[in-house]
Ligand binder design. Structure first.
Ligand SMILES: Cc1ncc(C[n+]2csc(CCOP(=O)(O)OP(=O)(O)O)c2C)c(N)n1
Length: 545
């Protein structure tokens, strides 16, 4: 057996069940070996898409995401998606062939490339150690929650190693770090003396819903999330939904009125905290994270607790219980009613900007929210439009929303929806993209159609880079570089083998209802010609106009 086959087999044996990628000569054998050992391979049409599919699959399934690419250009094509994954601390393994001969056309310094974007670089170092090197890289991705780029040097891949792949060191089970007792007491003190505490749960809190809700109840805290953890407290009566630029006016009012904000597995970054505007002048900020370097990394905090979120919440709750402390805190009856009435954007009045030719994006999204089944997973690309699907479409839980925006790249939304759909086949995947991000990544619409995903792809089509139009338009700048002629995206969808409809008014959404009532054996592309008279609320705020 050659090294490439042994590595593919071993990775499947050690748990890799789903692989995304684009196959070339350098990753052909390893990918085929993964498949023959039982892994499912999803062929993408662009490595950029494949990387984000693997990332989203990891986020929505809890498994390590796995990507397989060709040496050099295969890897460079994947770099934006790899960067997004690395910034998001997605446990992901990138299996890449590597040209080590500098004279090869495919040569680039792959180790530096990976490290420059915050990924970890690993390499098969010899035929004898190849299998254990690969398994170690996989385990590292999982236990350290890192994006690991595993280089498979071309010549080494071809080495014969017989049927004995060598010894594999046993894996180490890392127990999550518990908080120090003094830190538990400090956080309990802060909660006991707060009268308006708010919890903001981030990515690191996605597995700690029950523990956080229990503690929030003892402390009288209101519950919010960062965008990536949207859905976590779905249906909870004290849920404020997303904190930050997307927040409803009521959510913003209540968070900025807090006297204690606790970030749980959450960086409390400029988006989540609206550049600090959501932190009241007298608020104390606390942060709980199992990664010491995350504490205070993006904003000053008065209290930092190093520890696993669920373990810390439980320990602090026990501490409050041992003191006999429970408080209504921020949970005032009058607020409860306001939350019911005012918390959801879709329930708030607005002036409908629809024209004869275009539909207001809020009207469009509310119409879709009414039609689409509740068991859904929503994936959102970047752009001016992004607040509408993020906030006007309800999601059932934290696995109903996949937000690949740590790198703020446009063009990742469609691939995000593919990874999320494969991770959750029982849910209807909804990809929400701008025309710019969609056309940038359109190659993988073929993937959606080919693998028969019953996906709804909604394009907020304003024939332009709306985020730039609304950023620079009010400043009187020329906008020719960011505006385009209208594109018939429904026709493009049909060309790729999808159903395609054009929406200009609410009545046109009948096409969505008809598709939902049908066999859903082809994806649906909705080319929504949206009104673009003004920038969305979150964009106006981000750019200060
Ligand atoms: C890869 C990449 N290129 C460029 C940008 C800059 N950029 C941010 S938003 C945007 C426009 C997006 O247009 P579209 O997808 O149509 O959404 P809209 O803003 O119109 O709602 C651009 C070009 C980016 N964020 N990422």
């Amino acid at each position: 057996m050659i090294v490439a086959e042994a590595v593919g087999r071993a990775l499947a044996e050690y748990g890799v069940g789903q692989v995304f990628g684009v196959v070339g000569s350098g990753n052909f054998h390893v990918t085929n070996a993964l498949v023959s050992a039982g892994a499912r391979f999803t062929a993408a049409r662009h490595e950029g898409g494949a990387a984000t599919m693997a990332d989203a699959y990891a986020r929505m399934s809890g498994a390590v995401g796995v990507l397989s690419v060709h040496q050099g250009c295969g890897l460079t094509n994947a770099m934006t998606g790899i960067t997004e994954a690395a910034k998001s601390r997605t446990p992901m393994l990138v299996i890449t062939a590597e040209a080590t001969d500098r004279r090869s056309n495919f040569f680039v310094d792959q180790q530096s490339l990976a490290e420059s974007v915050g990924a970890v670089s690993e390499r098969l170092s010899s035929p004898a150690s190849a299998v254990s090197d690969a398994v170690r890289a996989l385990r590292r991705a999982q236990s350290e929650r890192r994006t690991v780029v595993l280089n498979l040097p071309l010549q080494l891949q071809q080495a014969e190693i017989g049927d004995h792949p060598g010894t594999i060191a046993p894996g180490v089970q890392l127990a999550p770090p518990g908080p120090a007792p003094s830190a538990v007491r400090d956080l309990a003190d802060a909660l006991a003396s707060a009268s308006r505490p708010v919890f903001v749960a981030g990515r690191g809190a996605r597995a700690a819903r029950a523990e956080l809700e229990r503690l929030a109840r003892s402390a009288g805290a209101l519950l919010a999330t960062s965008a990536v953890a949207k859905g976590l407290f779905h249906d909870h009566p004290w849920n404020l939904d997303v904190s930050g630029g997307f927040a409803s006016p009521l959510t913003a009012e209540l968070i900025s009125g807090a006297d204690l904000v606790v970030g749980w597995g959450c960086a409390l970054n400029m988006w989540t905290m609206r550049h600090g505007a959501l932190i009241g002048p007298e608020a104390i900020v606390a942060q709980v994270d199992w990664e010491p370097t995350a504490i205070g990394a993006v904003r000053p905090v008065q209290l930092g607790v190093i520890g696993d979120v669920a373990m810390t919440a439980t320990a602090v709750n026990d501490e409050l219980a041992s003191r006999g402390h429970t408080a209504a805190g921020y949970r005032e009856d009058e607020l409860r009613e306001r939350i019911v009435r005012e918390n959801r954007w879709r329930d708030l009045p607005y002036d409908d900007d629809s024209t004869a030719e275009t539909i207001d994006p809020r009207t469009l999204t509310i119409g879709l929210d009414d039609l689409l089944p509740t068991e859904r997973v929503v994936a959102v690309d970047s752009g001016n439009f992004m607040g509408y699907p993020s906030m006007f479409l309800d999601v059932p839980d934290e696995r109903g929303f996949c937000f690949t925006q740590a790198f703020q790249s446009i063009g990742l939304g469609l691939a995000t929806a593919i990874g999320a759909a494969l991770a959750q086949p029982d849910r209807l995947a909804v990809a929400a993209c701008g025309d710019g991000g969609f056309l940038m990544s359109v190659a993988d619409l073929e993937t959606v159609a080919r693998i028969g995903l019953p996906m709804v792809v909604v394009i907020y089509n304003d024939a332009g880079y709306g985020a730039e139009v609304h950023h620079f338009g009010p400043e009187g700048e020329a906008l020719d570089t960011v505006r385009f002629p209208d594109t018939d995206i429904a026709a493009i969808g049909r060309g790729f083998g999808c159903d395609g409809i054009t929406v200009r008014e609410p009545g046109d959404l009948k096409g969505v209802a008809d598709w939902l009532a049908g066999p859903r054996d082809r994806p649906l592309v909705v080319d929504a010609k949206v009104t673009s008279v003004q920038g969305s609320w979150w964009l106006a705020e981000a750019f200060g106009h």
